[in-house]
Ligand binder design. Structure first.
Ligand code: ATP
Ligand code: MG
Length: 358
């Protein structure tokens, strides 16, 4: 026979196990605003371990001005019973351990226990959803724009090309060539913007990295041969498979290798390598060059769209933005290390498959 204490402990353990399985963050708060329980999903959302927050005040999870005002809100509710959030649920801001803030859906309910009152908050991080919505919005705007701009651009291009063929006046021919080059530049920019914003759904399959890297080297074969760049591909024999969209991974490697080639106008060394890393199992892809490097001041913004140092018309500045978003879509990370005059290394880590798991 179990005694009451044992039964209570068992019930608490069972409840904790259930709470920890929930995908939403679940937090219980005592009447005075101190955190009593903090489930695993909440740990993931806010970046705190339960031990770091239990017993502390709930306002530590809120951005200003709520952080400073929350005690007053609780007091007001206590005094007047007027509900602003309890039983309603709404979108509010949350604050992570690292100080960053994010949008979240919050539902609070009140539990009356003998002699005391508890609050339960259920939290859902809306960051991802917001990002998807923003991207979808950008996609809609971009495809509308591309359509609107594409038609007149094609007409301009058609006339300019016909006139150039007919023209025998060098000055006019030169002028028409500028027009054609600029129109082509706008078209390239629209294509890049479209492929950034309106991409088809991921098609993830188990894949090896090596064939993808080889295909990039083949695509860039001419450019590499014309240059004084020594290019090497080093795939470690134990490099694991990844579950990924082959075309997009190729796009990532292509963008990074093109950047590396551009960074070495007078030659140098390019190394693309891949190896496995343990716990959790992941594939690390490294692309390094001995090129011009990236000044420290530019490093922070390098993955932002439209950041480019290439001469007007040469680069869209979308290459690395595409790299970043594809890597994120695959649950991976990308890092860059660079020293001006010495070169640049991009490191990508992608979740990999345990051998034998297909
Ligand atoms: N390997 C590298 N070495 C030195 N600078 C780099 C390297 N990779 C990127 N950069 C810098 O980052 C900028 C942004 O790169 P990104 O690929 O996003 O755009 P881009 O190459 O300028 O344009 P696009 O990719 O459309 O041709 C580049 O203009 C360049 O200044
Ligand atoms: Mg680029």
């Amino acid at each position: 026979m179990k005694n009451d204490a044992e039964e209570n402990a068992e019930r608490a353990a069972r409840l904790a196990a259930v709470l920890n399985l929930a995908v939403d963050g679940i937090i219980t708060i005592a009447e005075r605003g101190n955190i009593e329980t903090f489930n695993r999903a909440a740990e993931g959302i806010f970046g705190y371990a339960a031990e770091e927050v239990v017993g502390k005040r709930i306002n530590m999870l809120m951005p200003e001005p709520y952080r400073s005002n929350h005690d007053r809100y609780m007091q007001r509710y206590h005094d007047t019973g007027e509900r602003r959030i309890i039983g309603i649920g709404r979108e509010v801001g949350g604050r992570r351990k690292d100080g960053s803030t994010f949008p979240m859906d919050l539902a609070v309910s009140q539990v009356e226990l003998p002699g005391r009152r508890l609050y339960t908050g259920i939290v859902r991080d809306l960051t991802r959803q917001r990002r998807v919505e923003t991207l979808a919005e950008v996609g809609r705007i971009a495809s509308g724009l591309a359509h609107e701009i594409g038609t007149p651009m094609n007409i301009i291009l058609g006339y300019a090309e016909r006139l150039r063929q007919k023209s025998s006046e060098p000055k006019i021919t030169a002028g028409l060539e500028v027009i054609i080059a600029q129109v082509e530049r706008v078209s390239r920019l629209m294509d890049a913007l479209l492929s950034y914003a309106r991409r088809p759904a991921l098609e993830r399959r188990p894949m090896a990295f090596e064939p993808v890297a080889r295909s990039v080297f083949a695509i860039l074969g001419d450019r590499l041969r014309e240059s004084a760049i020594r290019a090497r591909l080093v795939v470690h024999p134990t490099a694991p498979l990844i579950e990924a969209d082959k075309d997009r991974i190729e796009q990532v490697v292509l963008n990074l290798v093109v950047n590396a080639i551009d960074a070495m106008p007078s030659g140098g060394e390019l190394v693309v390598s891949a190896e496995g890393l343990e716990s959790p199992l992941r594939l690390r892809i490294t692309i390094s060059d001995t090129g011009v490097g990236i000044p420290v001041g530019q490093l922070a913004a390098i993955f932002e769209p439209f950041v480019t140092t290439k001469p007007t018309g040469k680069g869209t500045g979308l290459g690395l933005a595409v790299v970043g978003s594809i890597v994120r879509e695959h649950g991976g990370t990308v890092q860059v290390e660079s020293e001006v005059g010495l070169g640049t290394t991009f490191r990508i880590e992608l979740p990999a498959q345990e051998p034998g798991v297909v």
